[in-house]
Design a protein around this ligand. Structure first.
Ligand code: NAD
Length: 284
């Protein structure tokens, strides 16, 4: 039976260290870092994420500013708000909760956030920095996964790493981070022929697809490390990942559960990025 990679435990440890860094930061600079989160519309899942981000900020002693707009807000009004937050010294990090209503261009919105305050690391400037390995912020979910691997002493160097999924927020940056740690990385996606043949080679398998229980026991190698990013809601209301946990955990060496694996790390990395942003801004 695989060892469980406990995201709640690691997240609590990292938050403790962020809290003490925020206390130190306040003693040195006389203020605490602040994160502004913009929510457009009334998507219930987005509202929950925004509330959790707010609570997490308070937990580590940071300021949190929540800005909400009606779903019909114009793109211009939203962009003007971002301009204002870019100039606001109390705000060190800015995040716009995605998805946005169809009449608003996500690309324009992301590009408008100052790269120095882009704590999601979605701005093309930050994406480019990650590509060349000289970055200030990492996208929160892949960064959280790297923390989990580190905490559980998973050696990446020279290992066969397979990432399923190539999204800009998870799959692609995940592959780059594993490559940065000298993994031998393969990225699979919906057009991959014979997926199982590739996943069977993996020492470290990261799954970010969005399809419940997609990865089964016959697709993984005995003794591998499995990271399940997926969040899927079943008909009975329960959450599950992209990996069939019960059967895969009987062959894997280590595995993340859903919930309680990758999820708790994502917001924690957002807090870390906000602290990094504040430190960088006072040096300017
Ligand atoms: P996405 O929809 O942008 O990308 C899905 C990827 O899966 C695509 O690249 C696609 O090519 C690939 N894919 C789809 N079907 C496939 C198949 N049959 N075989 C191989 N590859 C296939 O999704 P995303 O934004 O990367 O999110 C993926 C999952 O992770 C979702 O369930 C999402 O809710 C979850 N997620 C969780 C967190 C977290 O904090 N835990 C954060 C972000 C996303």
């Amino acid at each position: 039976m695989a060892e469980i990679i406990d995201g709640k435990l690691v997240s609590a440890e990292v938050r403790k260290s962020i809290l003490s860094s925020v206390t130190e930061f306040k003693e040195e600079n006389g203020f605490v870092p602040g994160l502004a989160v913009i929510l457009v519309g009334d998507n219930p899942a987005s509202a929950v994420y925004v509330r959790n981000k707010h609570k997490a900020c308070l937990e580590v002693g940071m300021n949190s500013y929540e800005i909400t707009f009606d779903k019909n807000v114009s793109e211009d009004v939203l962009l003007a708000k971002i301009d204002e937050l870019n100039q606001d010294e109390k705000v060190n990090g800015i995040l716009v909760q995605l998805p946005l209503p169809e009449h608003i261009s996500e690309e324009k919105v992301i590009n408008r956030i100052s790269p120095d305050k882009d704590v999601d690391a979605f701005h093309p400037v930050n994406v480019g920095k990650i590509l060349i390995g000289n970055y200030d912020f990492l996208p929160c979910t892949p960064a959280g996964i790297m923390e989990l691997l580190k905490f559980y002493n998973v050696d990446i160097k020279g290992k066969e790493c397979v990432v399923i999924g190539r999204s800009n927020i998870v799959g692609k940056p995940m592959a780059l981070l594993l490559l940065g740690e000298n993994g031998t990385v393969t990225v699979c996606h919906s057009k991959t022929k014979d997926l199982k043949e590739v996943t069977k080679r993996a020492d470290i398998l990261v799954v970010a697809i969005g399809r419940a229980n997609f990865v089964t026991k016959d697709m993984v190698k005995e003794g591998c490390v499995v990271i399940d990013v997926g969040i899927n809601r079943l008909e009975n209301g329960k959450l599950c990942g992209d990996v069939a946990f019960d059967e895969v955990s009987s062959v894997a060496d280590k595995i993340t559960p859903v919930p309680g694996g990758v999820g708790p790390m994502t917001i924690t990395m957002l807090l870390k990025n906000t602290l990094t942003a504040a430190k960088k801004q006072i040096k300017k």
